[in-house]
Each structure stands twice: as structure tokens, then as C-alpha cells.
Design a protein. Structure first.
Length: 226
């Protein structure tokens, strides 16, 4: 049993994960308006490394983590696996985290200010990133404002970072997420970036209908956290 109280037996099996993944893929296909491929990042926050092993065996390679210390520990435990997880960092970024994670993270989803761009330029040259935008104007959320997004994108380009797209989190208040997703799509068009990392377990179908290219899914694949 891990520190989170979950036992191996309480976690979904490889077969269960495959079934859930197929169902999500079917829902994505039904929600898509253009048939474009949508990447699925499995969010394994608070889950033990054994679940990631099962996810990889089920065909889910993109793995999202929120906490730097957890990511370091899991990456060390899973080193040498084939296929290896592609690590997506989706938690709030701080400069000291970048130094520790630069050799681990494949894609950074939460770049939202100049100091983070500068640190990535220094610690992870050419890193693949998403610029996080707060499209709901909720003060508790990370992410640059829509007005600031052009500057962050320009700075990231000048720093030689690879901008895979923009990222946002839908409203936490239960409101319709469509307006925030549509705003992100509009901003991406304005800034000339193609990727849209948006949509979580409760709203990913709406996100896909609005043009998401990446969805970040936890409970719909892995079940409740301990």
C-alpha cells in the first residue's frame, strides 16, 4: 500500500484501463467536428507508479503529473521501461522546480510568465511548452491573462522554446466551459500556434468540440483517488 492509501488490487487492471481508454477515444471521435487526432494525457497525480506501469501496458504513453517531487520519484522508479512514459508536467511551475525536472519532463503545460520562460531557456533549451492562459478570470487560478499571452508567446519564441500550443483549465464553478475554450482557440489563432491543451474528465468532450488537440484525463480513466 502506498502513502495515498491505494493498494495494487484497488487500482484498475490493464484490461479495465484499456476498456476505459477505448470508451474515451470513442467519445472523443463522436465529439470531434473535424476528425483531428486528439492526444490523451493520463493524469496520475497521487496514484502510485504501478498504475503508470499498467497504463503503459494499456497503450497510454503520455503521463501527466502535477507535483515535482512525485514526478521525480516515479520517473526514478520507472526508469528503463519500454515503452517509456512521456512525462507532461501540468502543475503550477516555479523556477526551482525547473532545475530539478529539466532532465525528466518532455512537455511543460503551465508556462505563464517571463521568469519561467527564462528559466526554461537556461535549464531546458528548446523545451516543448504550452503557454497557460487563465481564460476564466478566476483569481485563484494560475495562467497569464489573455492580454499577457502574446508577450509570453513572443518571449518563448525568442528564447528558442518549442511552443506546442496554449493551455487552459475550464471554469471550476460548474459554468459552461465552452466560452473559455473558444477564447483559447481564438487566442491560438491570433498567436499562430496550433495546439490546444484543454479539457479534463468533466468537460473533455466539450473541449474536443471546441478544437482541443490534447485532453488531460484523470478520474475518467483511473477512477477516484485515495
Amino acid at each position: 500500500m502506498g502513502d495515498d492509501g491505494l493498494t495494487d488490487r484497488s487500482l484498475p487492471s490493464i484490461e479495465e484501463l484499456q476498456s476505459r481508454l477505448f470508451e474515451v477515444q470513442d467519445r472523443i471521435s463522436a465529439a470531434s467536428t473535424d476528425g483531428a487526432t486528439v492526444a490523451i494525457v493520463g493524469v496520475t497525480k497521487t496514484f502510485p507508479a504501478v498504475l503508470i506501469r499498467r497504463a503503459l501496458a494499456a497503450g497510454l504513453v503520455l503521463i501527466g503529473e502535477n507535483y515535482g517531487q512525485d514526478l521525480e520519484a516515479k520517473a526514478a522508479e520507472l526508469a528503463g521501461l519500454d515503452p517509456a512514459p512521456q512525462w507532461h508536467f501540468i502543475g503550477q511551475l516555479q523556477r526551482n522546480k525547473i532545475k530539478r525536472l529539466a532532465g525528466i519532463v518532455d512537455v511543460w503545460h503551465t508556462v505563464d510568465r517571463s521568469s519561467i520562460v527564462s528559466e526554461l531557456e537556461k535549464r531546458a533549451p528548446g523545451a516543448h511548452i504550452y503557454v497557460q492562459v487563465n481564460t476564466t478570470d478566476e483569481p485563484q487560478k494560475a495562467g497569464c491573462s489573455e492580454a499577457e499571452s502574446a508577450q509570453i508567446v513572443d518571449e518563448a519564441r525568442a528564447a528558442g522554446l518549442q511552443i506546442d500550443g496554449l493551455m487552459t483549465i475550464g471554469p471550476t464553478s460548474g459554468e459552461d466551459p465552452r466560452p473559455s475554450f473558444e477564447r483559447l482557440r481564438s487566442l491560438a489563432e491570433q498567436h499562430g500556434v496550433g495546439g490546444l491543451s484543454m479539457g479534463m474528465s468533466g468537460d473533455y468532450e466539450t473541449a474536443v468540440a471546441c478544437g482541443a488537440t490534447v485532453v488531460r484525463l484523470g478520474s475518467v480513466l483511473f477512477g477516484p483517488r485515495g
